[in-house]
Design a protein around this ligand. Structure first.
Ligand SMILES: [Zn+2]
Ligand SMILES: [Zn+2]
Length: 399
């Protein structure tokens, strides 16, 4: 990348001048690194890799980014499960928010005023572990409206999504109180929609031309579900952890992208965790879906592309999963890795890697966030404040 320093200096001076006179507020676009400009994709020809915020999504296009595809014992290469779905109409949806996935979300520098909807497949930590980090991180980074959470009930009320969110609020009482008042009041709110985990292909969300449905999954306890998202001519299916089940085979039909777990087969799982083969066989083939079973499911569903996930894809794991899937399915397939992106239109499906920077700049906040109502910021008590060292005086607050 060639930098024009003279131009940069001029722009710098002008920006400083503008900022000092009319309090100019940077937009997400202004905050884009020099040399990167969002462009329209012409004739379906995409750059080799995806640099966040550099491509304008087509009016009928869906972008699915794998934020986490791994296991509860995450690694640097694969954190726990989360997928971000972005639509050409501007809507954004998170499906699961597993442990470690928030780092990958933040490295995309999305417009956080739009990241306000989460759908939970079930309440295992590898699917919801970064919930509070994403709530607070998003609230700090531009969300000034409530965070909406959609998730299944459980066999009893205390095992459902509503109880999970309420209990997280209680556990993080100290954190949430310190920030409320200083940050936009409405951004603190958590709005939960808990639905019956047994409902079959019923609508859980219908707004702005987007319909999301859920159906049951079979996993550990009652209360794991899968989702479909339909928008325009496109259908994306997000499979929750499950043993192969009738509902998925029935309701994932017609999917452009059908994602489903493709767990490590028994022997590879035993090697990976150091478990004995009995425990590994039980987990791989009774609690989850091993690759050969995933292949059978996909041979029945016949999506435009099958998307397998839920493994750390070391070379030997990848080989074991691929062999298993290919023993029963010969259709289009992606075994998802973290920070892979899929662009989906009716004409094509393009799978690429996302290129992110370790020191990515924070997303700029919008005017709506800056102007949003805030009540009084909190402070320690007088008895604690009395301990302030008089050897330091903070600078004056800017006007
Ligand atoms: Zn699970
Ligand atoms: Zn899981």
């Amino acid at each position: 990348m060639k930098l024009n320093f003279r131009k940069l200096t001029t722009i710098g001076l002008i920006s400083a001048f503008v900022a000092s006179t009319v309090a100019y507020q940077a937009t997400a676009e202004d905050n884009m690194p020099v040399g990167r400009t969002a462009v329209e994709i012409k004739d379906g020809v995409y750059p080799a890799s995806y640099f966040p915020n550099t491509e304008i999504l087509g009016a009928d296009e869906m972008r699915i980014t794998a934020l986490g595809t791994g296991m509860p014992n995450q690694t640097k290469a694969a954190v726990s499960i989360s997928f971000l779905v972005e639509l050409g109409n501007g809507d954004k949806f998170l499906f699961d928010v597993g442990t470690g996935s928030s780092g990958n979300l933040f490295s995309l520098r999305p417009d956080f005023s739009k990241i306000d909807k989460m759908f939970f497949s079930h309440l295992h930590v590898d699917h919801v572990g970064d919930f509070m980090g994403m709530h607070v991180g998003g609230w700090l980074s531009g969300r000034y409206t409530p965070l909406r959470i959609f998730g299944p009930s459980g066999a009893t009320p205390e095992l459902g999504t509503k109880a999970y969110v309420e209990n997280m609020k209680k556990a993080y009482a100290w954190d949430l109180q310190t920030r409320s008042g200083a940050l936009p009041d409405a951004g603190a709110k958590l709005e939960v929609t808990e639905f019956d985990y047994m409902q079959e292909n019923e609508v859980v969300y219908k707004e702005n031309g987007v319909t999301i449905r859920s159906w049951p999954a079979i996993h550990s306890l009652d209360g794991s579900v899968s989702y479909s998202l339909e928008w325009g001519d496109l259908k994306y299916v997000f499979g929750g952890d499950t043993y192969p089940n009738n509902w998925y085979v029935k309701y994932a039909k017609g999917a452009d992208i059908a994602s489903h777990e493709a767990f490590l087969p028994p022997k590879a799982l035993s090697n990976y965790f150091g478990w004995d083969l009995k425990q590994a066989t039980y987990v791989s083939t009774r609690i989850h879906t091993e690759p050969a079973a995933f292949g059978k499911v996909m041979s029945a569903v016949k999506p435009r592309m099958a998307l397998g996930y839920h493994s750390v894809l070391s070379p030997e794991n990848y080989q074991a999963i691929l062999e298993g899937v290919r023993s029963t399915y010969d259709g289009p397939l992606t075994l998802a890795r973290d920070l892979q992106v899929i662009n989906l239109t009716k004409d094509q499906i393009v799978v690429r890697d996302v290129t992110v920077d370790d020191y990515v700049l924070p997303p700029a906040v919008g005017k709506g966030y800056i102007d949003a109502k805030r009540s009084e910021a909190k402070s320690p008590s007088d008895k604690v404040n009395a301990g302030k060292w008089d050897g330091y005086t903070p600078p004056a607050m800017p006007k």
